[in-house]
Design a protein around this ligand. Structure first.
Ligand SMILES: C[S@@+](CC[C@H](N)C(=O)[O-])C[C@H]1O[C@@H](n2cnc3c(N)ncnc32)[C@H](O)[C@@H]1O
Length: 297
C-alpha cells in the first residue's frame, strides 16, 4: 500500500494539527496546561542544584509548536530561586515559530529573565550539531517525539543532554486509549512498525536503554471526531477528511486507502473500543496522553 505519511506533507501537516485542535475543543492543550499548573511547581523545586548555583535554568523545548504550552512551562520555571532562564526552542515550522515569537512579545513582562535561543530546525538537525557539554535542567518533548527519528537514539540523546538532577518530560498517545488502539491497528496492518509511536514504545525503549522512568501519568483527553462519520468516506467535509488524515497520519486517507481497509479503520474508530457516544450521538474519541517523567541522577 503506497500511502503518504502526514508528517512529510509540510504545510498540510500544520493545517491538520489545527483541525485536530479545533476538534478536541482545544481540550488537549488545556488538559496539558492544567497538568503543568498542578505538577510543575513541585517538579521545578526538585531540579538539580547546579541550576541554583549558576543562577539560571537551561531549558530545551523539542517541537515547541506555537508556544501556548511552553509559555506556561516557562512561567513555572521562572521563580525566585531561578530568576534567569535560557530557553532553546526547536521548531522547524516557520509559522509555528512566528506564532510563538508573537506570544512572547505579548507576554514580555511575565517572561522577563528568559533568554530565548530560537532554532528553526528539526530535532535531527539539532542532534547532529549540538555541543557535547551543552546540558539542560529541563527538557520538554510534548507530542513531538513521533517526529524525532529513531526512537532509541533520540531517547538516549535526550537523556544524556540532561544535567544531573535534570528532568525530561515526554508526552505521547496512551497505548490503551482509542487513539492508541487505532495506531496499533495501523502499524500492524500497514507493516509500519515504529511510525505510530505510543506510550508502550517509550516504556520499552527506556527499559532497553536502562533509562529510569520516575513516573508515568495519564491525561484524559477526548476529541469529537463526528465529522469523520457524518457522510460516506468519499464525501466527507474538508474538515472531516483532514481530521481523518491527522488521526491516521496518512494523507488523503479517505480517498487513497483501499476501500476495505478504510472501512475497517472507520469501524474501529467509531466502535466502543475507541470512542464513546455523546448525548447527541457525537463520536468522542478517547485520545488520552501519557506523560513520562524521566530524571537524571
Ligand atoms: C503535535 S505538535 C506539538 C506542538 C507543541 N509541543 C504542543 O504540544 O502544542 C508537533 C510539533 O513538532 C514539530 N515537528 C515536526 N517535525 C519535527 C522534527 N523533526 N523535530 C522537531 N520538531 C518537529 C511540528 O512542527 C509541531 O510544531
Amino acid at each position: 500500500m503506497q500511502l503518504q505519511d502526514l508528517s512529510s506533507s509540510g504545510d498540510y501537516y500544520i493545517t491538520a494539527i489545527k483541525v485536530y485542535r479545533q476538534a478536541s475543543g482545544w481540550g488537549r492543550l488545556w488538559k496539558v496546561i492544567d497538568w503543568m499548573n498542578e505538577h510543575l511547581p513541585a517538579l521545578v523545586g526538585s531540579l538539580g542544584s547546579s541550576a541554583v548555583v549558576d543562577g539560571g535554568i537551561n531549558m530545551l523545548s523539542v517541537g515547541a509548536g506555537c508556544g501556548t504550552i511552553d509559555s506556561k512551562i516557562l512561567h513555572h520555571l521562572l521563580d525566585s530561586a531561578h530568576p534567569k532562564l535560557r530557553a532553546v526552542i526547536l521548531e522547524p515550522d516557520s509559522h509555528m515559530m512566528q506564532q510563538y515569537q508573537d506570544l512572547v512579545s505579548k507576554e514580555s513582562t511575565k517572561l522577563q529573565g528568559v533568554d530565548f535561543d530560537w532554532r528553526q530546525q528539526t530535532f535531527q538537525e539539532f542532534q547532529a550539531t549540538a555541543k557535547e557539554d551543552d546540558k539542560f535542567h529541563f527538557i520538554s518533548c510534548i507530542s513531538s517525539i513521533y517526529y524525532c527519528g529513531d526512537l532509541e537514539k533520540s531517547l538516549k540523546f535526550l537523556y544524556e543532554k540532561l544535567d544531573s538532577g535534570g528532568l525530561l518530560l515526554i508526552t505521547t498517545t496512551s497505548a490503551d486509549s482509542g487513539f492508541g488502539k487505532l495506531w496499533k491497528y495501523l502499524s500492524v496492518n500497514l507493516a509500519r512498525e515504529g511510525e505510530h509511536l505510543m506510550s508502550t514504545d517509550i516504556q520499552e525503549a527506556c527499559y532497553k536503554l536502562n533509562i529510569p522512568i520516575a513516573e508515568v501519568q495519564t491525561i484524559k483527553i477526548y476529541c469529537d471526531i463526528s465529522s469523520c462519520f457524518n457522510a460516506p468516506p468519499h464525501q466527507l467535509s474538508q474538515d472531516g477528511s483532514i481530521l481523518l488524515d491527522f488521526l491516521t497520519h496518512i494523507v488523503n486517507f479517505a480517498q487513497n486507502a483501499p476501500a476495505g481497509f478504510r472501512d475497517d479503520v472507520l469501524r474501529l474508530l467509531g466502535s466502543q473500543e475507541c470512542s464513546v457516544r455523546g448525548p447527541e450521538g457525537q463520536v468522542n474519541l478517547d485520545a488520552s496522553n501519557s506523560i513520562f517523567l524521566i530524571r537524571r541522577e
